[in-house]
Design a protein around this ligand. Sequence first.
Ligand SMILES: Cc1ncc(COP(=O)(O)O)c(C=O)c1O
Length: 464
Amino acid sequence: MPDLIIDSAPDEADAAAKSAKPSSARDHDRRHVLHPWSSHGMLEPVVVTGAEGAYFWDEDGRRWLDFSSQLVNVNVGHQHPKLIAAIKAQASKLCTIAPYHANEATSEAARLIAEAAPGNLNRVFFTNGGAEAIENAIRMARLHTGRHKILTAYRSYHGATAGAIAATGDPRRWPSEPGAPGFVKFWGPYPYRSAFHAGNATEECERALAHLASTIAMEGPHTIAAILLETVVGANGILVPPDGYLQGVRSLCDEHGIMMIADEVMCGFGRCGEWFAVDHWNVVPDLITFAKGVNSGYVPLGGVIMSDAISAGFATRAYPGGLTYSGHPLACAAAVACIGIYREENLIARARSLGDDVIAPALRTIQERHPCVGEVRGLGGFWAIELVRNRATREPLAPFNASGAAEAPMTEFAVACKRRGLWPFVASNRLHVVPPLTIDEEALREGLTIIDEALHVADRHCAG
Ligand SMILES: Cc1ncc(COP(=O)(O)O)c(C=O)c1O
């Protein structure tokens, strides 16, 4: 879909993203690689040759401050020496082994993840990434309840495999329809653009819960295996649920014997200033899906953390699912090292203070200075600036699912950031501020200043 993530989209005006030199990496890429969500005839990818900390650079020596953490996964920054050392050490010891064996790296990663997880979530099923985690969480919920339906929210992203894309509540799902059966959509809370005509966050919370309760009633509670939701919605807007919402979802699940699956693929592992975003509201789901930040993406890894009750169901009955690379030692060694880095460098608390002390105040100032900023919101290292044409009407700067000329104002803004040396995460009519959690304060402030400057480009499209 054209407008969801345009930070790597084709862009003829984007001189900053084009290389001056011919290179075999570029040529081979153009001829042989199909990049996700892209048309290969239009893409002009940056050929990245190196990275360190919060920066990466290309073959022409251009360097960008990474305010995207790539796809919001490089939480400990690029090329962290301890993470690299752990991968090298594991490679020398045991690169790979079938998942029916045990090994030190996988066992230790599972122990550490269970330790970080809330409540009685003590067992981990490893996958290669987020979408497979979703597939397996859905399977577990169905097996545990003996029910089929999965309720998911509009404005959500859960991955691009068959079940995960059917669960997804954004336009990326449309080309894969008709999809897997049994997925029912509901509206989650979004006070700035309330589906419930709510006037404030409290009202939004109450009405969103009432809507979910009636959706459950109309679908038949005894047919619903799980409610699957992103604890804090990521790619669809950094939508922080109002206090009370997740507790309310937990109660509805308890009332009807429905499993609560918290998708923490993007918002987990420190991104929201807690190990898992659910910790912010002291809610314990039945299943948590994770990926990305678990090892900062240095080696592909994801998984599902399950409650003792769900785990007990597979004590004597075989779990009917598997992957050749489940619990891959290299990926798990990277997870062990990454969790060690979160602890040693106090990154969970750091994410919180970067959010509270630096990002939030700077974004509020930016909001005051720029008529195109409709709302700023977020927590920890997970923020969005929502851009509008008109503050009074809240008309988005680019319409929902825009492409071509309609998304030009956002493309221009992204180019303005890149030209100033900042790599943005732009999605729809928003800029997401999601730097590595290790970014130093000076670089963070520098990036926020660049955003402030680049927003003048967006202000030109704004009526008030
Ligand atoms: C919340 C969420 N769930 C699932 C996924 C899918 O993860 P993956 O791309 O690793 O399959 C993503 C990816 O961005 C995500 O943000």
